[in-house]
Design a protein around this ligand. Structure first.
Ligand SMILES: Cc1cc2nc3c(=O)[nH]c(=O)nc-3n(C[C@H](O)[C@H](O)[C@H](O)COP(=O)(O)O)c2cc1C
Length: 435
């Protein structure tokens, strides 16, 4: 039976890379010059990834015990660089791979953002994507002069309007507006450059954009919402989705739901691609992979302090007073990642925090083995789910791990006909939707 190919994306953090291994080199100090990410993205392109996504947030968390001490000790959320700026370095270093930057609708204005992403679409020659987030932290709101974030569903209402305004701006230049005609003396034809006069409930913008029409016009829109409101937003606006549903059944249910919602908005469900978060662990032998998996569990997954911090930062709930021997209190709520809090409540159940955080899911399915064994596991899962792709997420990241993926796993997938070996089209969207 011929193989059914799927796609790979990389979930990138422009944060300090792994600094506790003997192979860390100078990267823990020099990553801020952007070269570490440039080397990574070149490897991803060589290996056949569809895109590298760059996550972002806008604060130094200090919810845990009212201090940033442990956050900065572990350097998970901060420090980090602005992906929109780093993306232009990645653009110049690559030719084919998609580059997806996270940017918040709550802390930008449609005109400025439309202009930045139009510029990025130009300098990538049509390979930019925008991971639309509404932001989830009051600390970020305070950095932008607000006391708290707008309420969860209101943020999505604002995001809908934001994307509509940006879209109008991206289309404000007709395709043939640039003449560059020495005979008539006209560079651009003003009759083909239009004000948009957008007046919404939350945003107003006159337009036109002062950036000409870019190769994709509208960047590839990525989204990671999990709540019902978030899913509707994605089904209406997104080209690709990033999520962590539990197990193959959860992945299938999530994908089916999003495809159904997209159909409900009059879209072709095949124009929406779902990417599921995984952290494959490979070794030359099954034993080596299992040993690596045990080490990872001990270092990250079972590290109570790291998991508590992650939870506290994302949910903005101060966990420092909670007894590790007791379960999570029932009455917790957040204005941030609502769907994740509900998921985690279910997963944590009545278990003690120490036990439950050790078992916390950070990926959709576990993939451990030789490159060929993991390729086979991915194939089997994708066939059951129905298709699309995986998003590889590891943090902190090392050059060693990147090489295991790009020079171990990817060739194994390619040998089975499961992963692209080239990029037939010039734009990210065309490649993403090419099968
Ligand atoms: C894989 C993945 C990546 C995400 N990346 C970001 C990010 O870079 N920045 C951010 O503010 N939120 C990020 N989020 C959070 C989502 O945008 C969203 O707020 C969250 O999944 C909760 O969904 P809801 O807003 O629909 O409740 C990410 C979520 C997932 C699952």
């Amino acid at each position: 039976m011929p193989a059914d190919p799927f796609r790979l994306g990389w979930f990138g953090n422009i944060t300090p890379p792994e600094w506790k291994t003997p192979f860390a080199g100078r990267d823990p100090w020099t990553w801020t010059d952007g070269r570490f990410v440039v080397d990574m993205v070149r490897n991803m392109e060589r290996a056949g990834f569809d895109f590298m996504m760059l996550e972002d947030s806008l604060m130094v968390p200090d919810t845990f015990g009212g201090t940033a001490e442990l956050e900065l000790k572990h350097a998970r959320y901060a420090p980090k660089l602005d992906p929109v700026v780093v993306a232009s370095m990645l653009a110049y270093a690559t030719e084919h791979i998609g580059i997806v930057c996270t940017a918040s609708t709550t802390f930008n204005h449609p005109y400025g953002l439309a202009r930045q992403f139009s510029t990025l679409d130009h300098v990538t020659r049509g390979r930019i994507g925008w991971n639309v987030v509404t932001s989830s932290e009051d600390r970020a709101a305070q950095n932008y002069g607000l006391d708290v974030l707008p309420e969860h569903d209101l943020r999505y209402e604002m995001a809908e309007e934001f994307v509509e305004a940006a879209d109008r701006l991206w289309h404000s230049w007709e395709p043939d507006a640039i003449l560059a005609d020495p005979v008539s003396g006209y560079y651009a034809d003003h009759t083909k450059v239009h004000p948009v006069d957008f007046v919404g409930k939350h945003y107003r913008t006159r337009g036109p954009l002062n950036t000409p029409r870019s190769p994709q016009v509208r960047p590839v829109i990525s989204q990671a919402g999990g709540s019902s409101r978030g899913r509707d937003f994605a089904a209406r606006n997104a080209d690709m989705l990033l999520n962590i549903p539990d197990g193959v059944e959860g992945m299938k249910a999530y994908r089916d739901d999003l495809r159904r919602r997209a159909g409900g908005f009059g879209r072709n469900p095949d124009d929406l691609k779902c990417f599921f978060v995984v952290y494959p662990i490979i070794g030359a032998t099954q034993e080596e992979a299992e040993q690596r998996n045990r080490e990872w569990y001990a270092r990250v997954q079972h590290n109570y302090e790291v998991q508590m911090l992650h939870f506290a930062a994302v949910m903005e709930i101060d966990m420092s007073g909670f007894d590790p021997a007791e379960p999570l209190p029932d009455d917790l709520s957040t204005n941030g990642h609502q769907s994740q809090l509900e998921d985690w409540k279910k997963i944590l159940g009545g278990r003690s925090l120490r036990e439950a955080f050790g078992a916390m899911r950070v990926q959709s399915i576990e993939l451990v083995g030789t490159p060929d064994a993991v390729a086979a596991q991915m194939d089997e899962a994708m066939q059951e789910v129905g298709g699309d792709g995986f998003l590889i997420y590891g943090q902190p990241i090392s050059r060693e791990y990147v090489a295991q993926m790009t020079d171990g796993l990817c060739p194994a997938l390619q040998r089975r006909g499961l992963l692209r070996t080239g990029y037939p089209h010039s734009t990210f969207r065309e490649n993403l939707l090419s099968f």
